[in-house]
Design a protein around this ligand. Sequence first.
Ligand code: SF4
Length: 417
Amino acid sequence: MSRIAVSAVLISAFSSLVGEGFSFDRCAAVAARLTAHLLRQEPDPSVILNVNFPVGEFAGVKVTKLGMGTSWAVAESFVQRAIASGVRYIDTSETYERGKAEIALGNVFARTGQRKDVYLVTKNSSYEGIKGSARAKSFVTRLQDSLDRLQTDHVDCYYIHGIRGQDIDILTDKEVIKTFEDLKKSGKIKFAGFSCHDRMLPELVEAGAKAGWIDQIMIKYNFREMEVDKLKRAVDVASKANLGIIAMKTQQGASAFAYKPGEKDEKINAFKDKGFKAPVAAIKKVLSDERIHLVVSEMTNFDELRENMSAVVDPLTTKEARLLEEHRVLTANRYCHGCGHLCETAAHGVPVATVLRYYRYYEAYGKREAARELYKALPPESRAIADLDLAGVDAACPHGLPVADLLRRADRHLGTV
Ligand code: SF4
């Protein structure tokens, strides 16, 4: 509700109370509570809606350059606020909070009628490990389940969720391609795509660009990894093939692993003292790459939404670029780059990059239950960390991470029921 609207409600309430013979102090107290309530319910448009929020043409649809990720316990009231504040791109999945994210979004669309205002993406995760016709069919049945939860008759784009190197053949699977073509013809999806944060990301991006039926991709892309030559080349190929390129995990690595929980690090704190906000600069850095259409960010509260919007509106300054680079160098050995092929043999097959990613969800994002559930879903041999001799694993990491210590901490925190 705008300040003007709040004032109008207050004046009306005040007049009624005075008319009823209430004392001035009593009226003032009621007005104060009402103000707090009204301003808490709705974002203040003078702060948000008047922002010159960049809107771009994406796959024929106008979307904001800030998309909303929903892999956490998404609150309907917050989604409603985000849409009211100008967010026009929402990314979800059948797996997020075991379908609850889609249900929450569906309730918001039903209540507000704003499905038509949003570019909506959801994903199928159930194809993993399935081959043949069953794999292709899963995209039909799982999509319908998602549409029912989302209370809509179509999504703008449907993804293969978290495609991995071992699934690369799906991009040339004739039955899968035909299924997506049929889904497009039926109007249940407008576009086809995939999300990916696998170690084979560059290869998968190139394969997606060459596949001929993939319209957009969502990839792990952040200030720590966007300068890697192989990834730069792959993004170039995708850009030239006119794929929509969405960046996710852009702020990943903006906060680094603490070596010891609660440890004070003078150098890193010095960055904060300069007023430098690494997560904001991290979004700006990604959007400075013109091949990237938009950033999907996990936001859980109004302050984050406002901060991320500022990142989309204001370009990266020279000072921010310098501080971000200093931050990257200073914390390079506190961030897992996902190159598990380098250290997983020394870790006796433990999927180090995956375990440390879940630990990041736990430690940096505060998604404690979700991280534990993901960890518990790994095969038992991938979690047998406590009994392993991890003596050689630190030396296998070229980035200097204390891998053995991090794995043990991850197992301690994530393995707790
Ligand atoms: S621990 Fe080191 S080598 Fe292993 S995946 Fe992470 S960054 Fe790469």
